[in-house]
Write a protein that binds this ligand. Structure first.
Ligand code: G4F
Length: 333
């Protein structure tokens, strides 16, 4: 039975990856922060399943700031594959929390690399990096050879971690893979990311639980995909004989306004009267035309399966479903 260790297992990607790996017959071990609440996490359905929890899914408390805990778990679990997904992931917040962002992403990854380097058994590692490493790219679309040019603390920390993966792969011959992930969404996306925020508020307005949504720049465009497609790609990239870098993207740009149009149409409303611009949510150096070229990983058999409109419709209906069962206030900020 193959065995995987996941950092950041309670997040959107970690939870979908766990489901995918369990379906593939893996035993999955996940690292959770001591402060994480499993009851409210994306794993609660698996943790409450006695056929899974403690049998093929195991959780361990660990903080990546203390590498000794990761070392002990790695030695005990001895996984075939590590999926490193943990770290502060909000670009806007990274301007307010630059040090925390650098510590969790840049130093967190380096600490793991140092431990993996000394690990006596062969292990493959996937590192979830980001299109934000390209910052203000000079080419469009971007691929694995596009120069790194980050423009925010998050992108800079990811660029460091991405480059260290490349350096350790070359210098020590380790099986290390960078997945350069463009935006990928789902109903499990954090509530402060724009697609989830819009879908959630559209559903709340429909149900009379909110009256408005405050947004930054609605003309901003992103290459948005479905998180479930991206975790499938993470696994696929680790099944290759050697580590490498792969871009995961749809190759198609959409604007925040298009998210608004689709989400509000799904609940039968016109978005315009409900949307207010909030200057505090406008990012300083907004990146331009971050759109990815995934030809390399597509040659391995990966394809994004969900289109943008279907993704937004799925997210809105999931919010309607969740709110119909447990109505609650929605913070419009
Ligand atoms: O949903 P977002 O916050 O995602 P962002 O910044 O693109 O980052 C996400 O994708 C990256 C991959 O490309 C990841 F590396 C990163 O970890 C994260 O997953 O913002 C999307 C766009 C931006 O242009 C932002 O300026 O939406 C714009 N936006 C407009 N109003 C807003 C808002 N974003 C947020 N979060 N909140 C707003 O009110």
């Amino acid at each position: 039975m193959p065995c995987a260790l996941i950092t950041g297992i309670t997040g959107q990607d970690g939870s979908y990856l766990t489901e995918f790996l369990l379906d593939q017959g893996y035993t999955v071990h996940g690292l959770v922060r001591r402060t994480s609440s499993l009851e409210r996490s994306n794993l609660r359905h698996l943790c409450s399943n006695p056929a899974v929890f403690g049998k093929t899914l195991h959780l361990h408390s660990a903080d990546l700031e203390r590498p000794i805990t990761f070392l002990r778990i790695l030695q005990r679990v001895n996984p075939d594959e590590i999926y490193h997904l943990a770290g502060q992931s909000h670009v806007g917040l990274s301007f307010d929390m630059a040090e925390t962002t650098a510590d969790s992403i840049a130093m967190g990854t380096l600490r793991i690399l140092e431990i993996v380097r000394e690990h006596p058994a062969p292990v493959r590692l996937f590192h979830a990096t980001s299109s934000e490493i390209f910052g203000r790219p000079t080419v469009s679309p971007q691929d694995e050879s596009t120069p790194l040019n980050p423009v925010n603390p998050y992108g800079a920390a990811k660029a460091f971690a991405t480059q260290m993966i490349r350096i350790y792969r070359e210098k020590f011959g380790l099986h290390l893979t960078n997945g350069i992930l463009y935006n990928h969404e789902s109903p499990r996306r954090g509530e402060n990311f724009v697609t989830r925020k819009i879908c959630r508020t559209a559903a709340a307005i429909k149900l009379g639980l909110a009256t408005e949504v405050r947004l930054g720049d609605t003309s901003a465009r992103r290459d948005w995909g479905d998180a479930r497609d991206y975790v499938r790609g993470m696994w696929l990239s680790l099944q290759q004989p050697a580590g490498d870098d792969y871009v995961f993207a749809t190759g198609v740009l959409h604007s925040v306004q298009e998210v608004l149009e689709l989400a509000f149409a799904e609940v039968g409303l016109n978005w315009r009267p409900y949307v207010h611009r909030d200057e505090r949510l406008v990012r300083p150096p907004e990146t331009c035309t971050l759109v990815g070229d995934s030809s390399k990983v597509c040659r391995l058999g990966w394809q994004p399966a969900t289109d943008f409109a279907a993704l937004i419709r799925w997210m809105v209906s999931a919010e309607l479903e969740a709110m119909s069962h447990t109505p609650r206030d929605v913070d419009p900020a």
